[in-house]
Design a protein around this ligand. Structure first.
Ligand code: GTR
Length: 424
């Protein structure tokens, strides 16, 4: 009896260690990807095929959107519009006469709470309304270009002493520190404006629901969102929609031609913004990876369990149910991409960014394409992954470029071409 118990204990230990080893091993070898199933985007949850644009728009799309809202990103618990717009400046000859620079703050107020969101705009010097790229930045508006006139955010930022970000506050030293990722002059030369906001103005990127926009919606004694309520990604996406509210009123911007763009976690955010707010005419996901453009059911690189552990605040509480349990997800990320249809969508990967699963990003774009087709658009123009540095552009665009995880010059050059295809 004693030996039987010992054997049982031994078997249990073996089982537990191999299970946790399985959890720890990140797959970055194509041959090791386990078999998986991707739900068909045009099959109803109740069974049956979607065969018309009408059924897509009135039934399938709202149902998919609802699943993502309740199980992945979380719902916005109420309404709050911009309380005040304060325009700090509109300078007609910024960047040595190349641009109009406009800076303004959107204030959100409720009870004794006040949130300031700083918006920086560079626009080509034209008399007419211009199409714009709208993109969050990671480290403050002043970091995207070395322009001494850009206002410094007072919001919490991640410390980075190498660029003078200390005590979680930016300093003069970090002006232009992220300028490699922002092709301001090329964007302007191509006839586009750039509208950018520091994402931490809306919600500081830390596992703390007492700051940023979340507490504005709390009921008495509530300390964090409910399980089906918004994490940070949904809060940042909400912020993009509020910027859009403003852009619709800006006399210099063509709000029917706003391309929302984001890199990495902000790529996930851009996709969710595009899915929830159809005013965004184009959506661009730069290496958004897990919880962004990459399929979750394909276990490669970052997984649901890993992302929920490293960044427990990004998604809603319900998403944790799918840690090491992706097959139970009612949706996969190609269905998120399909929510953008029929609007132009660009998905980009990088060869050196295996963590984000380039192939999983490509496949999601491919499996979203039937919806574009149903709505009379091309979707992805190819069925096999293109070569490195070989962009393809249907109504869905895709490239995998050489190099690492980054928002690079090459990426912007493709986005400008893609915008030209639809906005010019
Ligand atoms: C990583 C994270 C990714 C991606 C990236 C980023 O640490 O695992 O999902 O979002 O951060 O945003 O830079």
């Amino acid at each position: 009896m004693k030996s039987l118990t010992l054997i049982l204990v031994f078997v249990c230990i073996l089982f537990i260690t191999s299970a946790s080893a399985q959890q720890r091993n990140v797959i970055d070898d194509e041959a090791k990807v386990p078999e998986y199933v991707v739900p068909d985007v045009l099959t109803r949850f109740s069974g049956g095929k979607v065969k018309s644009a009408k059924v897509w728009n009135t039934k399938q799309r709202p149902e998919i959107l609802q699943k993502f809202t309740e199980e992945v990103y979380g719902k916005v618990p109420g309404n709050l519009g911009i309380t005040e717009v304060k325009v700090w400046e509109t300078s007609p000859d910024a960047l040595k006469g190349k641009a109009v620079r406009r800076q303004l703050s959107l204030f959100f107020r409720k009870g004794n709470r006040n949130l300031e969101v700083n918006v920086l705009m560079y626009l080509p010097q034209q008399q007419k309304k211009v199409p714009v790229f709208l993109a969050y930045n990671f480290t403050g508006n002043h970091a995207i270009i070395n322009d001494p006139n850009i206002r410094l955010t007072e919001a919490w930022v991640n410390n980075d002493p190498s660029v003078g970000t200390i005590n979680n506050q930016v300093t003069e030293q970090s002006r232009g520190s992220d300028s490699n990722s922002w092709l301001v002059e090329e964007i302007l030369d191509a006839g586009y404006g750039l509208v950018t906001v520091y994402y931490g103005d809306v919600d500081p990127d830390k596992d703390d629901f007492a700051d940023g926009i979340h507490p504005f919606f709390y009921q008495e004694n509530q300390l964090h969102p409910k399980f089906d309520e918004w994490g940070s990604i949904a809060a940042w996406a909400w912020g993009l929609s509020r910027v859009m509210d403003y852009l619709e009123k800006d006399e210099l911007v063509d709000a029917t031609k706003v391309a929302v763009l984001g890199h990495s976690r902000l790529g996930k955010t851009a996709l969710w913004a595009g899915a929830t707010d159809q005013r965004f005419a184009m959506v661009i996901s730069n290496e958004s990876g897990c919880g962004g453009a990459a399929l979750s059911n394909r276990i490669f690189g970052e997984t649901v369990q890993i992302i929920n552990t490293s960044f427990p605040h990004w998604f809603c509480g319900n998403f944790k149910k799918y840690n090491n349990n992706e097959a139970e997800l009612p949706v996969d990320q190609h269905m998120l991409l399909a929510l953008i249809a029929p609007r132009p969508l660009y998905v980009a990967s990088a060869e050196g960014d295996k963590w984000a699963d380039p192939r999983g990003e490509f496949l999601a774009a491919k499996y979203a394409s039937p919806v574009y087709k149903l709505l009379g658009k091309e979707g992805l123009p190819v069925t096999e992954m293109p070569e490195i540095n070989n962009p393809v552009m249907g109504t869905i665009g895709y490239h995998i470029r050489s190099g690492k995880h980054d928002l690079a010059e090459y990426d912007w050059q493709q986005y400008i071409r893609f915008a030209d295809k639809f906005f010019k």
